[in-house]
Design a protein around this ligand. Structure first.
Ligand code: ZN
Length: 498
């Protein structure tokens, strides 16, 4: 990001003309909505206005998401795409008074914005926030708020973890028991519920308007206890799992043909709901106890010459990935699928590296060796459910603060390989991290992650960066975000993470 202050300035008057040229109309509508409570706003298809949004046809370095923002006696945002204009608008909004950023009442007429020239584009193409709606269910309103926050942070992928041992949350018309039974297998009050297909379509459309791609995750073959409570015949021994609280050897049977038919039918509906080019199929933490004993699994291992149950998972993953390839989708798997190499995965597979605590950078290295793109999302320090100080089952070794994250995040790879597609961060909801506890974990630490995802080149020192984050606190407060402390030493003795 290059920023140069200039001597000129822009003053808001009672009337504001937002002009756009070919292709800029969506962005003009968005900006108009953000300012219409403060001024008399008019959008015009023209090359003259107080604010001019322009899709450029000239050769430049802005890429698909970059923008050029220039503030003088008028404001001009130039980009190659609507997405670039959208990010330029986000940066422009950050130059306006706190109340406007926080969507509160304010008298904007007469406000002066100092002249500036900004040229900016992101470091990574993939900048995701993952929400675990499997262990705890969140309301659509909560999700829309978080999509708004993501847009503010210029994050562009909402990775939606929709299935877990503790709950199946996505309506599948062909298999109604998945939600009738599977959305109610855990006992907590916030663990009941699911998203109808109508609600999902609404959320996907809401995200699209914010230039956010929604990538659904159907986690298989493990973390599937809820689905197997609904359809026990798809497990190895036709039994509903007795416990759903932690991951277990209760996997979808990898030997039965009926499993593959079932999951392909589920994926047909998933692909209809989510236009994203990416579908996440989990693949993490799938202990092979049952697969080692199951006659169907043993037969499949024998038949396909797989040798062992680990390779059966690779066969399983590869079958589903190949199926999605016929639908022109890429498939994301957690890094566990590159710890073994008995079956080659198809070339539409992307690896999400998570297990730093157990395996350091093994998944990253193995994925690159095999030519798969990688998303860096290590459990140190991108898991925002880890609090700053111990809470519930989160011990000392599952805590971190913003300084550690800013300075030591393994996912923030220096000199990243060309195969690194980007970075992700996650809010898992283990141990009952409920909606009302989310903000104080996510904010303000997510600013450091957003910075690592977006910002190319030299970094500010932590102290300078932190002072900029603190300048955002009034905005967070205005938006009703219940942000928590940033640094270990700021956590009060009696601070409650719940
Ligand atoms: Zn089996």
């Amino acid at each position: 990001m290059q920023v140069n202050a200039t001597d000129s300035y822009f003053t808001f008057k009672k009337k504001l003309n937002i002009a756009y040229d070919v292709g800029g109309s969506e962005s003009a509508q968005y900006l108009s909505k953000r300012l219409e409570n403060y001024l008399k706003v008019r959008t015009v298809n023209s090359d003259k206005g107080d604010i001019l949004l322009s899709i450029t046809k000239e050769e430049n370095q802005l890429g698909d998401e970059g923008y050029n923002l220039s503030v003088s006696d008028n404001i001009r945002i130039t980009a190659n795409t609507e997405t670039g204009l959208f990010y330029g608008i986000q940066s422009l909004l950050q130059l306006l008074p706190v109340a406007v950023q926080a969507r509160q009442d304010f008298k904007l007429v007469g406000v002066v914005v100092k002249g500036t020239e900004v040229i900016d584009r992101p470091k990574y193409k993939w900048r995701s926030f993952m929400l675990d709606s499997g262990r705890q269910f969140q309301s659509p309103e909560f999700i829309k708020n978080y999509l708004d926050y993501m847009a503010m942070l210029k994050m562009n992928v909402f990775h939606w973890h929709l299935t877990e041992g503790q709950g199946w949350r996505i309506e599948i018309k062909q298999y109604p028991k998945l939600t009738e039974i599977g959305s109610k297998v855990a006992k907590g009050k916030e663990q009941q519920g699911y998203y109808t297909q109508a609600v999902i379509r609404d959320i996907v459309a809401y995200a699209k308007a914010l230039h956010i791609d929604v990538v659904p995750e159907i986690d298989v073959p493990g973390h599937s206890e809820a689905a197997l409570c609904a359809y026990p015949e798809l497990s190895c021994f036709n039994e509903a799992p007795k416990s759903v609280m932690a991951f277990s050897p209760n996997l979808f049977c990898g030997g039965k043909e009926s499993t593959y038919t079932f999951l392909k039918n589920v994926l047909d509906e998933v692909c209809d709901l989510f236009p994203s080019k990416y579908i996440h199929l989990g693949g993490d933490e799938a202990p092979k106890g049952n697969w080692n004993k199951c006659p169907h699994c043993k037969q499949k291992i024998e038949q396909e010459g797989l040798g062992n149950a680990h390779n059966l998972q690779l066969y399983f993953s590869s079958q589903l990935a190949s199926y999605l390839k016929t639908k022109s989708k890429n498939v994301v798997f957690w890094g566990d699928v590159v710890y073994h190499d008995g079956v080659a995965l198809p070339d539409n597979v992307v690896i999400q590296w998570w297990n730093w605590r157990g395996y350091k950078d093994k998944a990253l290295q193995e994925a690159i060796k095999r030519g798969h793109p990688v998303i860096c999302n290590t459990n140190y320090y991108t898991y925002l459910n880890f609090p700053l100080t111990p809470w519930s089952k989160y011990q000392e070794n599952r805590t971190f603060d913003m300084r550690k994250l800013y300075e030591e995040n393994p996912s923030d790879v220096s000199n990243p390989h060309d195969l690194i597609l980007g970075m992700g961060c996650s809010l898992w909801t283990d141990w009952f991290v409920q909606e009302y506890m989310a903000d104080r974990r996510v904010f303000p630490r997510i600013y450091a992650l957003a910075e690592q995802m977006w910002h190319k080149g030299d970094r500010l020192s932590f102290d300078v960066f932190y002072s900029k984050v603190k300048n955002m606190y009034p905005v967070l407060k205005g938006l009703g975000i219940d942000y928590g402390p940033a640094l270990m030493e700021e956590v009060p003795d009696n601070y409650r993470w719940e």
